[in-house]
Design a protein around this ligand. Structure first.
Ligand SMILES: *Cc1c(COP(=O)(O)O)cnc(C)c1O
Length: 382
């Protein structure tokens, strides 16, 4: 191993700031005592601000997929018809989960790298009035597509259809305004934009989604959202709390709000512009062509047919200490993903572009770092 820093530019886990690591290293408060309840009260106020919702944001001791499971089991009953809109690996996970819950899925599929548009959702709902829910991602992390969830919510909010949005790589990375937009279920995880280790998930419901959850008798002992809501009101969790992660969350949210969410989003957008400009100047193609549909937390590169992802990724790590990620499922060797979510800045992206360029079969000639930094400055100035 060479004498250099390791940069974890992956779409989860992401780097953890020292402030958060040190907060988590302090002696544990007991989870039934006042000091912990105080932390939970602060967390709850900040989480509502983060989700842009007035209702409770329920923390769950699980990875993000736990909150996806909780959504399917608490909001729908076996046999109900739902629309699963998928354009990649995480969309396909929704399909697996709703099938396991015994729901009757109608599948709306778009190719990897494409977005799901509100008009697609409208047409699918018009075609089948029995559909009671829509499951989709806000940001499809396997490809780097940002689906237009606000437009989709404008379609579902006036119908008897609950919109369940996986915001695991969107919340705290790009604006998501749950109440204002009319999202019925918004969920996220700790190890992406929230700058924490894996192990926490968060889920919030709209008033009509809570009403639905109240009608359905608990069917999952651990993920019982109505039960957790009662505990949440007491600044508690039902079972033993993941104390150190919730202490870390308190520090991470304070950092985000001290910097200001608008500034966080601006930085995320600028890093996206930076990564895209650098990649293009190297002669590579970002997988998502439409600037309005690229997510703000990662950039995926569609490799030319004669290149394979694994040797590039292996070299970037071995020689330069930069951890990049391959594509998922059938895109594994076709795609390299450069994540820039959470505690990541322009210097990390400079390092990543440098590592990438020196890991390609032939080093590109163009001034890719200059192009990348110019795009970064331009985006910050806008
Ligand atoms: C990371 C991710 C998940 C999975 O989260 P886990 O924490 O691994 O369970 C689901 N959906 C999206 C969009 C993600 O980015």
């Amino acid at each position: 191993m060479s004498f250099q820093a390791t940069r974890m530019l992956t779409p989860g886990p992401t780097p953890i700031p020292d402030r958060v690591r040190l907060a988590m290293a302090a002696p544990l408060p007991h989870h039934r005592k006042d000091a912990f309840k105080q932390i939970m009260a602060e967390n709850q106020a900040m989480l509502r601000q983060l989700f842009c919702t007035e209702g409770p944001v329920i923390p769950l001791a699980s990875s993000g997929t736990g909150s996806m499971t909780a959504a399917a089991f608490n909001l729908f009953e076996p046999g109900e018809k739902v629309l699963v809109a998928t354009a990649g690996y995480f969309g396909n996970r929704w399909l697996d989960i709703v099938k396991m819950r015994g729901l009757d899925p109608v599948v709306l599929r778009r190719e990897a790298g494409q977005s799901i548009e509100a008009e697609d959702i409208r047409a699918a709902l018009d075609a089948d009035p029995a559909i009671r829910g829509v499951f989709m991602q806000i940001s499809e992390t396997s490809t780097g597509v940002l689906h237009p969830i606000q437009d989709v919510a404008a379609v579902t909010r006036d119908r008897n259809v609950l919109l369940v949005a996986d915001g695991i790589s969107a919340v705290s990375i790009s604006p998501v305004r749950m109440d204002e937009w009319g999202i019925d279920c918004l969920l996220t995880g700790s190890q992406k934009g929230l700058m924490l280790p894996p192990g926490l998930a968060f889920i919030a419901l709209s008033p009509r989604a809570w009403a639905r959850a109240e009608q359905i008798s608990p069917n999952c002992y651990y993920f019982d959202l109505v039960g957790e809501r009662t505990q949440c009101a007491k600044n508690q969790t039902h079972y033993t709390s993941p104390i150190s992660l919730l202490v870390g969350l308190n520090e991470a949210l304070k950092m985000l709000f001290e910097f200001g969410m608008d500034n966080v989003f601006k930085k995320q957008r600028a890093l996206t512009c930076m990564a895209r400009a650098g990649i293009k100047a190297m002669g590579l193609e970002p997988m998502v062509k439409d600037e309005k549909r690229c997510t703000w937390g990662l950039t995926s590169i569609r490799l030319p047919d004669d290149m394979q992802a694994s040797p590039i990724i292996a070299n970037a790590y071995k020689e330069w200490g930069v951890i990049l990620t391959a594509g998922q499922a059938d895109l594994k060797e076709k795609v390299v993903r450069l994540a820039h979510m959470g505690w990541v800045d322009w210097a990390d992206i400079t390092a990543a572009l440098h590592a990438l360029a020196y890991s390609l079969p032939e080093k590109p000639q163009g001034a890719y770092l200059e192009a990348a930094l110019a795009a970064y400055h331009k985006a910050l100035a806008e």
